[in-house]
Design a protein around this ligand. Structure first.
Ligand code: GDP
Ligand code: IMO
Ligand code: MG
Length: 427
């Protein structure tokens, strides 16, 4: 069993943290391959609840090496705060490895993220304001600062100077903000260097050596397929590739090493931030999903937009990621509905379409076409096997599987590690 990828099949917050943590005990490495502290992954272990933003969820499994891959953008202040928070709770964080090629988020990225959003007004993306987009923009523009630059003061200074040259013009002249001083940034970031140095490594080499030795590597995505900058609902996306291809570029592991791609799929749909969402419910059912599902952002505390399951999205996720399996989460949240609508296709300007519209305007016009499935009332949180589920819950899962194009190999029936029905083993 070489490398596996675990990623969000919808708009994020599908339960990736829980699924990763569940597998964490059986794999040797867990690697974050993109995104940054825009992510919020909740892991519940016994009576302890952890909210992870930048650190891979594998950090909670004592025998697993957590890795921040080259594709991640790292805010060093957040990294150190998150590490300290875990250390204070008795978690051993000493195994962490960070790629020297990962890019840094700096204060000017955060400022630019926030002022750009404000400037966009009604057209804003609804970003998390963590500087993710501006940091990736600098990476692609070849003016980014990498983790390894922290260890050479003169290189760090040169790069910060070059980056601020344009940015200060933009901040001052376009956005009427104060200029950010080179010394201010360099001073602050040099202060992080010694605290981060011990974790920095050639992670690509280490991971490939580990695979050669037969170790198991789990690549953990942040965000989700529909937030992918290439395959998502652009421009209402994040600035990286959460889809399966991103796992290769963001870790330095080649596609031939990946044997399984697991899509985490919520039994209904949620989205945070702006952008199209065909099955969104702006009624009492939407409120009920939000309340029962605890659908409030882990990172920004914003209420999540909620809606019924969308099989068009799920099929799309199967296609663009080459999914081999689904991990269906939060089935327990649907307990108590008499009827559960599921979106099977869209009506786009009077035409029935079965696949995600290629044209963005068509997607904005898409109206869900629903099939209604019968609900169940029995408490399912204690279910340990598929046959423990009520017949209607079984039928709901089977229907989703049929519509979504890949086998459902696990089902979440509660937030805890053990509240999972395993159907096919992932390992
Ligand atoms: P992530 O970003 O994909 O890791 O997901 P989040 O942690 O942002 O949101 C998922 C939420 O659902 C968290 O509060 C999890 O504890 C919770 N959760 C995960 N799986 C299940 C499940 O099967 N049932 C219930 N009730 N909650 C779950
Ligand atoms: P996890 O890993 C849900 C959304 C933001 C916004 C858009 C762009 O917990 O699933 P960004 O700050 O990335 O530039 O914001 O992406 N977004 C998420 N939504 N879950 C996440 O992460 C998200 N990370 C970013 O709300 O719409
Ligand atoms: Mg989340």
């Amino acid at each position: 069993m070489p490398a596996l990828v675990l990623l969000g099949a919808q708009w994020g917050d599908e339960g990736k943290g829980k699924a990763t943590d569940l597998l964490g005990g059986s794999v040797d490495y867990v690697v974050r391959y993109q995104g940054g502290n825009n992510a919020g992954h909740t892991v519940v272990v016994g009576d302890q609840k952890y909210a992870l933003h930048l650190l891979p969820s594998g950090i909670l499994s004592p025998n697993c090496v957590p890795v921040i891959g080259n594709g991640v953008v790292v805010d060093p202040a957040v990294l150190l705060t998150e590490l300290r928070g875990l250390q204070e709770r008795g978690v051993d964080t000493s195994r962490l490895l960070i790629s020297g090629n990962a890019h840094l988020i700096t204060p000017y990225h955060q400022t630019l993220d926030k002022v750009t959003e404000r400037f966009l007004g009604k057209r804003r993306i609804g970003t998390t304001g963590r500087g993710i987009g501006p940091s990736y923009a600098d990476k692609i523009n070849r003016v980014g600062i990498r983790v390894q630059d922290l260890f050479d003061e003169s290189i760090l200074r040169q790069k910060v100077e070059a980056a601020l040259h344009d940015k200060n013009q933009i901040l001052v002249k376009l956005f009427n903000r104060r200029a950010i001083g080179v010394d201010e940034v360099v001073g602050e970031y040099l202060g992080y260097a010694d605290r981060i140095r011990e974790y920095v490594a050639d992670t690509t080499l280490i991971l490939n050596d580990a695979l050669d030795q037969g170790k198991v590597v789990l690549l953990e995505g942040g965000q989700g397929t529909l937030l992918d900058v290439d395959h998502g609902t652009y421009p209402f996306v994040t600035s990286s590739n959460p889809t399966a291809g991103g796992a290769c570029t963001g870790s330095g592991i080649g596609p031939t090493k990946i044997s399984r791609v697991i899509g985490i799929l919520k039994a209904y749909t949620t989205r945070v931030g702006a952008g199209p969402f065909p099955t969104e419910l702006l009624d009492a059912d939407g409120d009920a999903l939000r309340t029962i599902g605890g659908e409030r952002g882990v990172t920004t505390g914003r209420d999540r937009r909620c809606g019924w399951f969308d099989a068009v999205i799920a099929r799309y996720a199967t296609r663009v990621n080459g999914l081999t399996d689904f991990f269906l989460t939060k089935l327990d949240v649907l307990t108590g509905w008499e009827q559960i609508p599921v979106c099977v296709a869209y009506d786009v300007d009077g035409q029935r379409v079965e696949e995600l519209p290629h044209n963005q305007s068509d997607f904005h016009h898409a109206k869900p076409i629903y099939e209604t499935l019968p609900g169940w009332n029995e408490d399912i949180t204690g279910a340990k096997s598929f046959s423990d589920l009520p017949k209607n819950a079984q039928a709901y899962v089977r229907a989703l599987e049929e519509m979504s194009g890949a086998p459902i190999s696990a089902i979440g029936v509660g937030p805890g590690r053990t509240e999972t029905i395993e159907i096919n083993s992932f390992l």
